[in-house]
Design a binder for this molecule. Structure first.
Ligand SMILES: Cc1ncc(COP(=O)(O)O)c(C=O)c1O
Length: 444
């Protein structure tokens, strides 16, 4: 593969863009020595500026359930752009999109549109504090909810020696520039462990506004909840009068039409959506039952935004929801089946080549990790046993064969409706080659 044009662009980019890009995970942190600059995408494929073609499994970190430039999305955007991009007024398409969402989410009465998952999560936390009058929130190690100060605690992989005792995890700020106040009110608990959560709630329940969590860990590979865990968390929230805030930025409108809440039979108080919802446009949402959502009426708990509910993005969202729901939600079934097949066959490729790669998934979200454990069930196992350098090597070897696996070592890969059986077969063959090429001392 040639990368001359990407190399030239990277040189120019470094003069005018921090890290040559606009978010750390897109730049040299994950692509050594420079990233491929992508020029266009169609269906399951993307092409870089040098003309290299890739089967794309990174898919904008989950923003594209229908793949790139889907004809239905192109059609609606081409039609509607002539009518104006954004008015910052109330819109018919806003009502129609919200109606569709509410019809798919039995636990939700109302939605409020935002632009990004981070904004939605900021609002969710503020709502929880406003409603309960309590200041603290509780999050979990390894869960990421965007880059709002109060949520930037213990989200990244760390040396296991810095994590502290599981009964009292060390709260590790994820950034410089945070005031002590922003994270002092953020308690941290280990995930997938009912007893640990109950212990924290017994001591601190009276001062905790909400428990915020990813229903499936999506920012540390893919770590599913233990059987019964999410239901137990919900019951503990009720017992200790703490709001149950499920962050479905990744899982919403992806793992099932009703997200993790549907998959595990949950009734969260606050839910946030993003990523898949916009089908590539920056659309996010805060949602919940009436008695919760009324908290943001007339700015009681403030949520504003010039760009909220952008017209074109809403047309894309509405079209995506309609298309994915056709034929009794066939789109959701299709992406899940592809994810299941990828998981099974990648695991087989690892066994066949003697590499210690394990792939975990929930439907369309899957991720290979290199570990000697049979399964990763929590953040601490991830930190202690997962070899991130091996994943970087593997994903580079995949890209060298025209298969785009997530460049970010901890962020998962995904399927879309446009992936074909041939895409899967080609990817599995490439994975076999990549695993075979990985040096003998990297084998089990
Ligand atoms: C669970 C979760 N919540 C919130 C966010 C933040 O979303 P955004 O990147 O749109 O701000 C992310 C992003 O990866 C996420 O994974």
């Amino acid at each position: 593969m040639r990368h001359k044009q990407s190399e030239v662009l990277f040189g120019r980019a470094m003069d005018v863009l921090v890290e040559g890009c606009s978010s750390a995970s897109r730049g040299p942190m994950n692509y050594n020595p420079f990233p491929p600059y992508i020029r266009e995408g169609r269906g399951s494929r993307v092409w870089d500026v040098d003309g290299n073609e890739y089967i794309d499994w990174q898919l904008s970190f989950g923003c594209l359930p229908m793949g790139h430039a889907h004809p239905k999305i192109v059609e609606v955007i081409q039609r509607e752009v002539a009518g104006g991009t954004h008015f910052a007024t109330a819109l018919e398409v806003e009502v129609e999109t919200a109606e569709l969402m509410v019809s798919m989410l039995p636990h939700v009465d109302k939605v409020r549109f935002a632009n990004t998952g981070t904004e939605a999560c900021m609002t969710g936390v503020r709502m929880a504090r406003g409603i309960t009058g309590k200041r603290k929130i509780l999050k979990f190690e390894g869960h990421y909810h965007g880059w709002y100060d109060g949520l930037l605690v213990s989200s990244n992989p760390q040396y296991v020696t810095s994590l502290g005792h599981p009964n009292d995890p060390v709260r590790i700020p994820d950034s410089s520039g945070l005031t002590p106040g922003s994270w002092e009110d953020t308690l941290v608990c280990v995930w997938n462990n009912v007893e640990a959560l109950e212990r924290v709630l017994r001591s601190h329940g009276h001062e905790i506004a909400c428990i915020v969590m990813e229903g499936v860990m999506s920012n540390m590979g893919v770590i599913p909840p233990n059987p019964g865990y999410l239901k137990a968390v919900e019951a503990l929230c009720r017992e200790f009068e703490v709001l149950f805030y499920l962050d479905e930025t990744v899982t919403g409108f992806r793992v099932a039409p009703g997200g993790v809440a549907e998959l595990y039979g949950l009734k969260p108080d606050i839910v946030t959506y993003g990523k898949a919802l916009g089908q590539g446009f920056p659309i996010a949402a805060i949602a919940g039952p009436n008695h919760i959502m009324e908290s943001i009426e007339y700015g009681k708990v403030l949520h504003y935004g010039s760009h909220n509910a952008p017209r074109l993005g809403l047309f894309a969202t509405k079209t995506m929801l309609e298309e994915m729901s056709r034929g009794n939600y066939a789109g959701y079934k299709k992406i899940s089946e592809i994810g299941d097949q990828m998981t099974k066959r990648l695991n087989q490729a690892a066994t066949d080549t003697g590499q210690n790669m394990r792939v975990q998934n929930i439907g369309s979200m899957f991720h290979p990790v290199f570990t000697d454990l049979d399964a990763i069930t929590n953040y601490r196992d991830f930190c202690q046993t997962v070899n991130l350098a091996k994943y970087a090597d593997f994903s580079q070897k995949m890209r060298d064969q025209g298969v785009f696996f997530s460049g970010n070592k901890i962020l998962h890969n995904l399927s879309c409706t446009e992936h074909t059986q041939a895409d899967i077969d080609t990817t599995i063959e490439a994975a076999g080659n990549a695993l075979e090429q990985m040096s003998d001392n990297e084998r089990i």
